[in-house]
Write a protein that binds this ligand. Structure first.
Ligand code: TXA
Ligand code: MG
Length: 340
């Protein structure tokens, strides 16, 4: 299949992408978090194609994207007060709410769960595409399952070219990591995946919000997580990533003492000058939003330069740093070395 490259700033191209969605096809869709692999969420056959194109396990549910608040009502059994408050504060934006689903959501979309994740993205191209399609849109991240998410149209073409109908190029994603997922189907609400809307921001609206164990820790063998995606290895480049925990000085010394073929560094901007191995930077040490925006591109670049072992810097798990920490820990398979 030839994959069309469409431009989000061209209204005719947005209409072409919308027509593909209405016809049951797949479109790479820009959002403010990462690119999504979009299909009509209400069309079970179209949604099934997403799982094939990504090589995604069938038991991993998809997020359903809307472009107007009112679109939520037919998709869920009820909209609790807490959902209205969160939506008022953070929608449109990088946050997904898990709610009890209605009968309109096909089982393939929710992977057989009684709940569904709903997201109202803020990216103008995502909103334009969903509106033009006239249907809610199911979209996982547009990467091959298990690999880093895609944050540019070029990444989507590389992973999905030949397997999907079109990619709508809306430029690089501003947030860079996937949306915050909070479930309101449990009481108290629970953070399932950290993202651009922080835990602190959720608590400012909801009061108590618990943090699912899978956010900070590896899952015990055989455990069934609340969010099925948490049990899969994720965000992984081909290289073996190891997080070094300690000061900048200790990090630099450790990496420079391990100069071997295939060793590379994933460091903060500026640190590369003091490193004697190939280095890829992802943001400034003091700016977690910048780290989030650059992380997945950096992980992909490490594969491009042929890194086999990557020593990574990792931020404190606070604010948006919690999302960066969560993705890097997974990319590293929770391998952390203390360097003092
Ligand atoms: O920012 C995002 O959320 C991006 C863009 C495209 O919107 N989408 C995204 O989708 O990251 P995906 O499929 O890569 O990750 C969705 C995660 C998975 O870990 C899945 O298991 C979880 O959300 N999930 C989806 N529906 C759920 C539900 N009903 N209950 C619990 N977890 C759910
Ligand atoms: Mg994903």
């Amino acid at each position: 299949m030839q994959t069309l490259l469409l431009k989000a700033d061209n209204p005719a191209d947005v209409e072409t992408a919308a027509r593909i969605l209405r016809g049951g096809g797949l479109v790479g869709m820009p959002t403010e978090t990462v690119y999504g692999l979009a299909a009509n969420a209400l069309d079970a056959e179209a949604v099934a194609k997403i799982f094939v194109a990504k090589g995604r396990p069938q038991d991993n549910p998809l997020i359903v994207h809307i472009s107007q608040w009112e679109q939520i009502f037919p998709l869920v059994r009820r909209v609790p007060e807490s959902a209205k408050k969160l939506a008022g504060a953070y929608w449109p934006g990088p946050m997904t709410m898990v709610l009890e689903k209605s009968g309109r959501i096909p089982d393939v979309t929710s992977a057989g769960l009684p709940t569904v994740g709903i997201r109202f993205p803020s990216h103008p191209a995502a909103r334009a595409l969903i509106s033009a399609a006239g249907v809610p849109v199911a979209a996982p991240s547009a990467n091959i399952s298990g690999f880093p998410s895609t944050t540019t149209a070029e990444h989507v073409m590389r992973d999905m070219g030949g397997k999907i109908d079109a990619v709508l190029d809306g430029g690089p994603c501003g947030v860079g990591v996937e949306s915050t997922i909070v479930t309101l189907a449990s009481d108290p609400p629970r953070l399932l995946r950290p993202g651009g809307v922080t835990l602190e921001q959720l608590r400012a609206v909801l009061g108590r919000v618990d943090v699912d164990g899978a956010v900070m820790n590896p899952l015990p063998k055989g455990a069934r997580p609340l969010s099925p995606g948490m049990k899969y290895k994720h965000y992984s480049p081909k290289a073996n990533v190891i997080i070094l925990n300690g000061s900048e000085r200790a990090y630099l010394d450790y990496v420079n003492a391990h100069r071997e073929p295939g060793v590379a560094a994933l460091c903060y901007r500026g640190e590369e000058k003091a490193l004697r191995v190939p280095a890829v930077c992802y943001g400034a040490e003091t700016d977690c939003r910048e780290q989030a925006r650059e992380l997945f591109e950096a992980l992909r670049r490490l594969d491009d330069i042929g890194a086999k072992t990557v020593y990574a810097r990792c931020p404190e798990p606070r604010g948006v740093g919690l999302a960066v920490y969560n993705r890097l820990m997974r990319a590293a398979g929770f391998e952390v070395v203390s360097v003092g």
